[in-house]
Design a protein around this ligand. Structure first.
Ligand SMILES: [Fe+2]
Ligand SMILES: [Fe+2]
Length: 480
């Protein structure tokens, strides 16, 4: 490896050996990908790693590195990545997950050749094979290497941390919710009772899906060119609200209430004429008050469903308060000042965001871009609660999921997942698109936080956002 000067950053003591091992082990692993077994670099990297391993064994008697969720545990203590080694931790985690290896344990000191055996064995494993750990164990046994053990990855995750099955489930839940909102609208128009028990069951599924994998649902919610705006809008607001509620520590039971409040926040619109609802130009002075009556109408509808106690109360908050405005300059006009409830404030932020992008509507953004975040910041403290807006922007990132971006490598890509680390908010995960003469296809997924190991610079950076319509790109394809 060319010119490798490890940066010596002082670290708190308990973390030190875990971080040291992860760093040395990852460098050795990368070495196996780049250099021949007998090369000078490989000899050096192996010796360096061995020194760390044997040092730890001497002090602690055992060395166990295990993956649990999105973290590393070193001798049963979680190792927290610092900004300096965040990417390296993430990279080793990804390599191990890919090979379905969930842990490595050293119980005795070992020599250079044995460590090399292990590292090339691990590197050579095929991807996604559940039995990889068994084949490593067998080969270690054959080579009489008793000092090392490897374990299976316990949670089935792909490199984004979510399984295909989970993604499929998220889609199913999303579209079932959309279907349900349509059903509710019909039963209200017909005057039949709303199947609220079904709604609760569905919302519990949705909350579970958000808790397991919010990226998939946020992706579906961010597709803005669905045909039936009204139905999708209610589901999107519910998803944004639940995903946000989870981040501010709302309990699971209350998340489901919050989701229901989101799902029913615009229920009053079922009584508003379609011509007004679907109008994309500015409403006339006669039409505007009709539309603006929907929070009150919605509250009345929900009041009739009062057999649900606390849930009804929460749903009414969402319906009544979501257009009041944080500074109460919205509607309905109040005769007395009141404090907007937490659910009302959350739903207002989710609603504000979802309404910002609406293709073919006059006063909205035609596609998802960083401009939306700009508008939210502009209105924060006026229309929407500033603290909640801040959490929301962290959640969706500066470039929300579904944004079409141009990279400095001249590649185009669709943002597929926001970054967990707030310092990397402008560097989401992106699916690179191959584009030529109006034709396009999905290529690999890349992480914009990834750095070039040699130059120490980011491999790819967003230059600007693009309008998918200019390139005939159907963003929905990336999430459905
Ligand atoms: Fe509304
Ligand atoms: Fe709304």
């Amino acid at each position: 490896m060319p010119d490798e000067k490890p940066t010596l950053v002082p670290e708190p003591l308990p973390m030190k050996s875990g971080t040291e091992f992860i760093t040395a082990f990852y460098r050795l692993f990368r070495g196996a990908a780049l250099y021949a077994r007998k090369s000078v670099v490989m000899n050096r990297l192996t010796r360096e790693c061995l020194q760390v391993v044997n040092g730890i064994l001497q002090e602690e008697g055992n060395l166990l590195l295990r993956i649990g969720g999105n973290h590393f545990f070193f001798n049963h203590t979680r190792v927290i990545a610092t900004a300096d080694n965040y990417l390296l931790f993430k990279a080793l985690g990804r390599e191990m997950r890919k090979r379905r290896i969930g842990g490595i344990e050293f119980s005795e000191a070992l020599d250079v050749e044995h460590l090399k055996d292990l590292i090339y064995l691990l590197f050579g494993l095929e991807e996604n094979n559940e039995d990889n750990y068994l084949s490593v164990e067998r080969q270690l046994e054959e080579r009489k290497i008793e000092a090392v053990d490897v374990g299976k990855l316990e949670l089935l995750e792909d490199e984004d941390g979510n399984s295909e099955g989970q993604k499929k489930y998220s889609k199913e839940v999303y579209f079932r919710c959309v279907g349900f909102v349509r059903e509710v609208a019909e039963s209200i128009r017909r005057g039949t009772s709303v199947p609220i028990r079904k709604a609760r069951r569905l919302m519990q599924n949705a909350v579970d899906a958000v808790l397991k994998d919010d990226a998939a649902l946020l992706g579906l919610a961010n597709i803005k060119n669905y045909d039936e705006y009204t139905f999708n809008h209610s589901v999107n607001v519910a998803i944004y609200a639940v995903a946000l509620g989870q981040r501010i520590g709302i309990s699971k039971k209350h998340l489901s209430h919050l989701g229901m409040a989101g799902l029913f926040h615009d229920v009053g619109k079922t009584k508003i004429p379609e011509e007004i609802l679907n109008k994309t130009e500015k409403l006339s002075p006669e039409e505007s008050p009709i539309l603006r009556a929907h929070p009150v109408i919605g509250t009345e509808i929900l009041m009739r469903m009062n057999e649900w106690g606390e849930l009804s109360a929460r749903m009414m908050e969402g319906a009544f308060e979501h257009h009041l405005g944080y500074d109460l300059t919205g509607y309905p006009r109040l005769t007395q000042k009141k404090k907007i409830a937490l659910f009302g404030r959350i739903i207002a932020v989710a609603d504000f965001y979802d309404a910002l992008v609406r293709p073919r509507a006059d006063d909205r953004f035609p596609y998802v871009s960083e401009k939306i975040v700009g508008r939210m910041l502009e209105r924060s403290g006026k229309d929407i609660d500033p603290a909640i807006t801040k959490v929301f922007i962290h959640m969706i990132g500066i470039f929300p999921v579904g944004t079409l971006v141009l990279l400095n490598t001249n590649e185009m890509g669709i943002v597929t997942q926001a970054q967990e680390d707030p310092e990397l908010i402008g560097r989401p995960r992106v699916c690179v698109i191959y584009y030529s003469d109006g034709e396009y296809r999905k290529e690999k997924g890349v992480d914009l936080a990834e750095m070039d190991e040699v130059s120490g610079e980011f491999k790819r950076t967003i230059v600007k956002t693009l309008d998918p319509n200019d390139y005939n790109i159907n963003v929905a394809e990336f999430f459905i």
